[in-house]
Design a protein around this ligand. Structure first.
Ligand SMILES: Cc1ncc(COP(=O)(O)O)c(C=O)c1O
Length: 389
């Protein structure tokens, strides 16, 4: 008899190279970790208090598949203020952003479907559709002075019969932010060919240097009619400092919600009630947290940008959004090996660019959602390491 084995699609998934590096040094007190995309601040007290109160009041039961009506309504108000009217019926609460991405894929991707993604990209967005048997086609951003989308190349890849395009802007890892004009062209093309747009908007509030001080990156939700084949995935993790809570949402056409509800039933059934209670106060009263994070990260970004670009062999563009510097280390062909060596020899935890697609090789990602003191110490460690090489 053959050895027990997972489905071929699962066996073929790439393991996370970010994890591979983290496994070298996780838990070691002498390592400064910047490898994961995680703010270093604890969730604000008023959000934690809401969860505690819900628990004390006995909120320990199953809730609706699509989420507590109050939370769906609160998200609908929040999104409508940013993007124009988005009805409560179009909102589904999910148990994390990553679960939202899996649900979208289960909802729209058939085995063998062609799904196009713009890369470098957070690996989960490439691997999740593959679990469903999708054929992933990657369209790389071009690196000049900054990361830019070659629109013609993307449109050429979005052939008739393509099922979906997965876009993440502001982008993890590059910080690339799609423009309104680019969204309009992509939307018109996708409407013409019936292609779904899956917009990962989890960093939409983390944008810097915006001319009119916009509170949000351009979103397909600003342009979409309620019937467009557009699904936006979002998360509480980054905007409200809630990574460990595992809470997110989807905004989808109203006609998809009954099927989405079935999928949620068969995946997690619902997000925990007391976590959703915390989510309500976060969306309703969390504007100050977002403003605080944007100011803090912009300062951190500028600080680290100056420090890294002062080092020999390093070239870092200034990201317009998200919370990462994605910088080139001249002459490095194997950044996975480099990052492991940095952990072992310099006590510095960074993510290898190759984790985000082949075009990421030669680059390294550094999450700057951290204090200036820690970033400063990290930059010193990198400088010493490069000097000794
Ligand atoms: C681009 C992107 N999408 C989605 C997520 C998922 O966030 P979470 O599962 O914590 O809600 C992340 C987390 O790093 C991300 O970087």
């Amino acid at each position: 008899m053959k050895n027990p084995a997972a489905r071929f699609a699962v066996q073929s998934l790439g393991a996370s190279r970010i994890r591979e590096v983290a496994n070298v040094g996780i838990g070691r007190a002498d390592v400064l970790p910047f490898w994961f995309g995680e703010p270093d601040e604890v969730t604000p007290a008023f959000i934690r208090d809401a969860a505690k109160q819900a628990l004390d009041a006995g909120d320990t039961f199953y809730t609706h598949n699509l989420g507590l009506p109050q939370l769906r309504e609160a998200i609908s108000h929040y999104l409508s203020a940013l993007h124009g009217p988005i009805a409560t019926e179009r909102i589904a609460v999910t148990s994390s952003g990553v679960s939202a991405l899996m649900l979208v894929s289960q909802l729209i991707v058939n085995p063998g479907d062609r799904v196009v993604a713009v890369t470098p990209l957070w690996p989960n967005l490439i691997e999740i559709p593959k679990i469903l048997g999708a054929e992933m086609v990657q369209v790389p951003l071009q690196f000049g002075h900054t990361w830019e989308l070659d629109m013609q190349r993307l449109l050429d890849a979005l052939t008739p019969g393509t099922r979906a395009v997965y876009l993440n802007s502001p982008n993890n890892p590059t910080g690339w932010v799609i423009t309104r004009a680019q969204q309009e062209v992509i939307l018109a093309h996708c409407r013409r060919h019936g292609i779904w747009i899956m917009a990962d908007d989890v960093y939409e509030r983390l944008v810097y240097d915006t001319a009119g001080g916009q509170a949000c990156a351009p979103s397909f939700l600003d342009l979409a009619t309620p019937e467009d084949r557009i699904i936006s995935a979002n998360s509480f993790s980054k905007s409200w400092l809630m990574t460990g809570w595992r809470l997110g949402w989807l905004a989808a056409p109203a006609g998809m919600m009954a099927d989405l509800g079935k999928l949620i039933e068969y995946n997690t059934s619902c997000a925990p009630g007391f976590v959703q209670r915390a989510g309500i106060v976060a969306v309703e009263h969390g504007a100050e947290i977002i403003a605080h994070s944007v100011t803090r990260y912009q300062t951190a970004r500028d600080f680290l940008y100056e420090r890294l670009n002062a080092l020999p062999r390093i070239l870092s563009p200034k990201p317009k959004g998200a919370m990462y510097l994605f910088f080139r280390v001249d002459g490095e062909r194997d950044t996975l090996a480099l990052c492991k060596q940095l952990v072992r020899e310099a006590g510095l935890g960074l993510a290898p660019g190759s984790a985000f697609g082949p075009e990421g090789e030669g680059y390294v990602r550094w999450c700057f959602a951290s204090s200036l003191e820690r970033l400063d110490e990290g930059a010193r460690r990198l400088a010493r390491f490069l000097e000794d090489r």
